[in-house]
Design a protein around this ligand. Structure first.
Ligand SMILES: Nc1nc2c(ncn2[C@@H]2O[C@H](COP(=O)(O)OP(=O)(O)OP(=O)(O)O)[C@@H](O)[C@H]2O)c(=O)[nH]1
Ligand SMILES: [Mg+2]
Length: 305
């Protein structure tokens, strides 16, 4: 970001938050590619067993290591955001798919007036070596559904390369501290791969200024993805519907603050199970995703989806 200084532009402090789950072999490439003048690097580890934390400390002695409080990429990001102290938060993956050299492009969008700079693989200058045809189709369908629901014109909903001003963190309403439920997978809503969708929806609903920044996604270098296209696609779909329902409840909460249903809804969207458990639309959503999944299995097996 030296060029920003050369242009006489302000030089905000960028906190880079990197969630890691067994990424010891990929971290060297990611850390080496970071712009030299980022303010801090926060690796949020999900109890990796391959020496990820040791590698991070060896390669970057100034790294801040945060251990996540629950499970999942979403929880890792929530923990990393809470630990960040810079002006801008950059969220990038540790698998080598996000090119850290693109960070200055996102920073420029923020300096030009955006509150939130979201990466897109579907704009001129963007692209992906990592996404399969099926995932791309699913992403486009989910993006269209999101645009219809929230009256936006995003081009790429399910992409995790984003930067935003830290002063807007409260808009995301993430909870890094509460213990996970004893039953089930120990996650609360937003802890999984639905996190990017959750963030985009809450930013969209808040009225913040969003700029799309073309981004070229590279292939994961080593290891395999932790994402399951069908399961996590379903969570994304549920998130789109659930957040709309939550918005309705918040509107009613303003009108009738003592309503028990309202307070349950306001808390449940963040901390509890999906509000969709009460919503018949969920069944339709899950059925739709199951159909997409079945089609994908028929069309692409044994390819990765
Ligand atoms: N701390 C933590 N990090 C995670 C967890 N799950 C995934 N990650 C990290 O999140 C980033 C993205 O995970 P991937 O498994 O590559 O999934 P993806 O990039 O969304 O999906 P692909 O396109 O299939 O690669 C990587 O840096 C992972 O190490 C988790 O449970 N905890
Ligand atoms: Mg990946």
């Amino acid at each position: 970001m030296h060029e920003l200084l050369a242009l006489g532009m302000p030089h905000p402090r960028v906190s880079v938050v990197i969630p890691t789950l067994n990424e010891a072999r990929n971290l060297p490439v990611v850390l080496a590619g970071l712009p030299p003048d980022v303010y801090e690097v926060i690796v949020v580890d999900g109890h990796s067993v391959d020496g990820t934390v040791e590698v991070a400390r060896r390669l970057r002695p100034d790294v801040r290591i945060v251990l996540q409080t629950r499970r999942g990429k979403g929880n890792a990001l929530a923990c990393g955001f809470a630990a960040a102290t810079g002006d801008i938060i950059a969220m990038i993956d540790a698998d080598g798919s996000a090119d850290p050299a693109e960070i200055p492009c996102f920073v420029r969008a923020l300096l030009a007036g955006a509150d939130f700079a979201k990466g897109t693989r579907y704009a001129t200058g963007g692209g992906s070596e990592d996404i399969t045809r099926l995932r791309s189709l699913g992403n486009r369908m989910l993006t269209t559904f999101f645009n219809v629901c929230y009256r936006k014109r995003y081009s790429d909903l399910c992409y995790g390369y984003n930067l935003f001003w830290r002063k807007h963190l409260q808009v995301l309403r993430l909870d890094p501290v509460s213990p996970g439920p004893a039953r089930g997978n120990g996650q609360v809503w937003g802890d999984g791969f639905e996190i990017e969708t959750l963030i985009h929806i809450r930013v969209a609903k808040s009225g913040l200024v969003v700029a799309e920044v073309p981004s070229h996604e590279r292939a994961r270098i080593h290891g395999v993805s932790n994402l399951n296209a069908v399961r996590d696609g379903a969570r994304v779909l549920l998130t789109i519907v659930a957040e709309r329902r939550d918005a309705h409840r918040r509107v009613h909460a303003v009108a009738a603050p003592d309503s028990p249903a309202v307070s349950a809804g306001a808390a449940g969207a963040v901390l509890g199970p999906s509000p969709l458990q009460e919503d018949g639309a969920a069944d339709a959503a899950v059925a739709a995703v199951a159909l997409i999944g079945a089609t994908s299995i028929a069309a692409e097996l044994p390819q990765r989806v």
